[in-house]
Each structure stands twice: as C-alpha cells, then as structure tokens.
Design a binder for this molecule. Structure first.
Ligand code: ADP
Length: 352
C-alpha cells in the first residue's frame, strides 16, 4: 500500500513538473573533433549546463539554449542518466518518443544504438525496463514486446524479418478500433531479457543494411524506428495499461545540392526533407498547442501519431559536429531544434 501511495505521489509530482515545463524536451549532443579535424566552432560555458555558443563565419557568435547540452567529453552513461526518467515513464503507462536528429556523421546512431563497448540509449533503456519490472514484480506484471522498422522513401520495412531471399512484404499504417495507429503484419517479438534484446537489435541493424552497397550510406538515408510495447497489469487493482516507447534514429538532415546528385538520390533527399520538416511541424504545433497537428503529412509522423502529443513525452537529441567545415549544417540543425522547441536563439552572451 505504501508503495502504491508513493507511486501516485511521484506521478502527481511528475505531472506537475510536466505541466509546468511542457512535455517536449530537446537535448543537444556535440560529438568530439576527429583526428583530422582541428578547429571547433562550438564552445561551452562551464557554469551553464544548457547553453552553447557557435562562432559563425563572420566571427559573430550565436547562443543556443536547450533543456540540456552534452559536450564531447560526456559519455553514454551521462547521456542515459538524463534520459532515464523519460524512458522509464513508459512503465507508468505513458507513451514516449525519442528522436536523434542531425547531419550524417554527428553521432545519431552512436547515441541511440551505440557500440558493443559503449552501448547507447536503446539497449540501456531495455536493460532498465527489465530491471524495474523485476523490482516491481510483487505489484505489477509487465510484458515487453519489441518491433523494429525502417522508413525509406515513404515505404515501411520490417527489420525483424530476414528478407534477403523473400519479396519485401508491403506494410501500411492502419487505424485500430481504439483509434491508435498500427502496422498490421509487423513482427512484435516478446522479450524476456537483455541478451535476447541485443540479438534482436543486431538482427535489425543487419537487415537494415542488406540490399545496399554501402551500409552506412543506406542507413543515413532512412529512418530507423525501434518500438517497445509495454503491457502492464496491476496485481492489486487489476488495472491494465498498454503503452509504447519509440526510439528513433532519423535519416541524415543534411541538404544535398541538386547538382551533386542523380535522380534516385534527389528523390531520396526530397523524401527525407519532407518527412523531417513534417516532424518539425508536428512537434512545433504540439509545443505551441495549436489545435491542428499535421500528423498525416509523412509516414514517419503518421506512424508515431499515438505517441506524439496529448500527455505523451517527447525528447529530441539534436546531434552536432564541432568541426568548422560542418558549420552550415550545425547552424541548420540548431535552428531546427530551437524552432521545434518553440524558442528562438538569442544574441551571444557578451565576452568578458
Ligand atoms: P550518424 O548516425 O549521425 O551518421 P554515427 O553515429 O555513425 O553518426 O557517428 C559517426 C562516427 O563518429 C562513428 O564512428 C561514431 O562511433 C563516432 N562518434 C559519434 N559520436 C561520438 C561520441 N560522442 N563519442 C565518440 N565517438 C562518436
């Protein structure tokens, strides 16, 4: 009983905070300079955890503020520590969406997927969900299911089906009787532990790169979505909940010059632009609380509709490069993220 009281107290407190701050967060993460890069245009103020400054080509400086700013030296643990309360709220019945947005090569996949030595948000999240489920097992029974899909050129592909020798099954979004968006035919794997999850995530990454000559190139041009469905049953009250957590590694946001690309590449980049701006439009409509939210403008936003808005929680990682050669794209990403958050950047703090 005490536990339940604590739970409801925590939920109340949390809701008050959410009410106060809105339920959209933007975190910025700047990757380290690479060996062949020498000049950083991004600076951090040691006393301000949520600010960064960018030196523009005319030497002016622009100040950007987010809910948190991660620096090149911040590791995967530091990132996850801030992400934890948002992802685990799926166990309390909330729908949650997390995105990694940015130019190719800025660390979107590193943040979400990570490497076997430095695992990212996806794996750490599932690990934590299993841990908490066990901890609560005398009061709550949870069942976890995982799906993984890719949106490429506005087509949906199941990443948990080894389809190299099979024709690709056409997947479409349908509205269920409860009004939620479903993808009939998509594999939903029940998962019981983290080892199994790592196997599934690796299968998904492998399937994602099949059929392309260059795995990295292909993956930078598609959105990769990991969906965790949580079915909860309160063993005391009998109340059941179903909630979803989406962990999304978006396609690279860089603009491709018309001259550089052939027909297919141009088509791809138009699809990417369209879906990323649709995502920006949806989140900024939610942030500004306008009545019409244009979910139907892309497959990406349509599929996520039930997990964006309402009392769902949204977190966007805007990933940036500190390298001077990437300045244009860095500014574009930071401006996009500021627009999404509904807050424009201000002038730089005066240098002392
Ligand atoms: P993206 O998914 O945005 O295209 P990647 O995640 O593939 O970018 O990152 C590009 C490269 O930079 C990878 O080799 C990755 O391991 C490395 N990298 C990115 N961010 C970091 C970081 N914060 N710390 C260490 N290495 C990073």
């Amino acid at each position: 009983k005490k536990y339940l009281e604590e739970c409801s107290e925590r939920k109340k407190l949390y809701n008050e905070v959410i009410e106060l701050k809105g339920n959209i967060r933007v975190f910025c993460r700047c990757r380290p300079l690479k060996q062949d890069e020498s000049t950083s245009v991004v600076e951090f103020d040691s006393s301000q955890e949520n600010e960064l400054q960018v030196t523009c080509s005319d030497s002016s400086r622009k100040l950007f503020k987010f809910d948190h700013v991660f620096r090149p030296e911040d590791n995967q643990e530091a990132i996850f520590a801030q992400t934890l309360p948002i992802v685990t709220s799926v166990l309390d019945g909330y729908n949650v969406c997390i995105f990694a947005y940015g130019q190719t090569g800025t660390g979107k996949t590193y943040t979400m997927e990570g490497t076997p030595e430095n695992r990212g948000v996806n794996y750490r999240t599932l690990d934590e969900l299993f841990r908490i489920s066990n901890e609560r097992s005398s009061i709550m029974r949870y069942e976890l299911f995982v799906s993984m899909l890719e949106v490429y050129n506005e087509k949906i592909r199941d990443l948990l089906v080894e389809n190299s020798n099979q024709p690709v099954k056409k997947l479409e979004i349908k509205q269920s009787a409860e009004g939620t968006q479903e993808v009939p035919g998509l594999v939903e794997a029940r998962v019981y532990g983290t080892d199994e999850v790592w196997g599934l995530l690796s299968l998904g990454s492998r399937v994602r790169s099949v059929g392309s000559t260059n795995a990295n190139e292909q993956s930078s041009r598609s959105h990769c979505l990991l969906r965790v469905t949580v079915m909860g049953e309160n063993l005391v009250s009998g109340q059941r909940t179903r909630s979803q957590l989406w962990l999304v590694d978006l396609a690279g946001s860089e603009r491709v010059g018309r001259i550089e690309v052939d027909g297919d590449r141009l088509k791809e980049s138009q699809f990417i632009n369209k879906s990323l701006s649709a995502l920006g439009d949806v989140i900024s409509a939610l942030a500004s609380k306008t009545s019409h939210v244009p979910y139907r403008n892309s497959k990406l936003t349509h599929i996520l509709q039930s997990s964006l808005g309402g009392d769902c929680k949204t977190l966007m990682f805007v990933q940036i490069s500190p390298n001077v050669a990437d300045l244009g794209e860095t500014l574009c990403s930071l401006n996009f993220a500021s627009r999404v958050r509904g807050v424009e950047h201000g002038p730089a703090r005066r240098q002392t």
